[in-house]
Design a protein around this ligand. Sequence first.
Ligand SMILES: [Fe+2]
Ligand SMILES: [Fe+2]
Length: 380
Amino acid sequence: MGIKSYFSVSYDLIVRDKIAPYDLFVNSSSVAEKQKFVRIFPQGEELTQDDLAKLRKKYLQLYVSEDQRNLYMKSLVQSDEASDIEAVNFIKDSAIQYLHNVFDPEKEFSTELLYETIKGCKEAVENMIDVLDDYNIDGLRALIGDLSGHDFYTYDHSINVSMYCITLLRAMKPNASRAELVHGGLGGLLHDLGKIKVPTNILNKAEGLTDDEYLIIKTHPDAGIKLLLENEEISIEDLDLKTIGRVVHEHHENWDGKGYPQGIKEKEIHLLARVCAIADFFDAITTKRSYSQVVTISQGLSIMEKTVNKKLDEKIFKIFAAHIGQSNVETVRQLQMSDKFDPSIPYSVLPLEEIKEMFAGDDFGKIRFIDEKEKEKEKK
Ligand SMILES: [Fe+2]
Ligand SMILES: [Fe+2]
């Protein structure tokens, strides 16, 4: 272990009149460049409103140790003091920190780093599942709109995709197990992991990707699964890395078999990867920052609807669309996404085309299986 590090916490978000689930520290160094952290309140003791007021008078800023980040995150999720936005923002910042560990080109990639990243990301996803417990896709849209944005598109995008995956899975299967949600959410969070192997200048190029550059971007699903599965020593409790690997590998496969990298089709594509593809597509076209032009929710849904049975799984898409409130009040012009659209490329202008006809949908069926284990259980 290296030097212990700490993160600052806001007084308003610290537990009160409860047993403190984490230690509180202050920085007692008087030299700006130096830091010396001293524990001023121990984990396991009751922290009253009074105690907190006294601390507030004495110290400008309190800190929590990085090893207790997950304890702090959990208490934030359960706390009445913190709003959902505050809780999700903290979870998001934590996930970004973990993702940044592997995405930062300055840091040397190692199995240990990847292990720490996946473990941290799993904790973030677990807390996300708890916060999003009573959210539907519509509510999630609003929440995402209120969250703080960051400079790096990949991080915000990955977190949004993860949240959509969790919420969509719940909509598909209200009694989804914790394990299913964790794998879906983590698959979403790590889906673009392979992009760490793609040079940033190519990733951020909005216009005029050459064929060769596009080929390089298209290597990210293969690169991602390689990173995840070549390190056989990595094993994390309650986590099946092979399932996560399939989401990472198969999120650009299309229902009709014309996707990449393998060109597999329909249910050959892992269910969680098909869920991720919908989340990926939707976030790519409706969330600002990804492309300078974004479309409205109803335009977004209408665009996606036209790729059903080509790119997207119809059953899953219909559940997704049915859970977005505005989907039925569509009076705007009908748009269609050009076949060349790929959610992994930034566009300054989306390749949209206007069309006349609307897709007419049927009722959606039930999706019963989330993973192979479930399927086996069902067979018995
Ligand atoms: Fe991708
Ligand atoms: Fe993506």
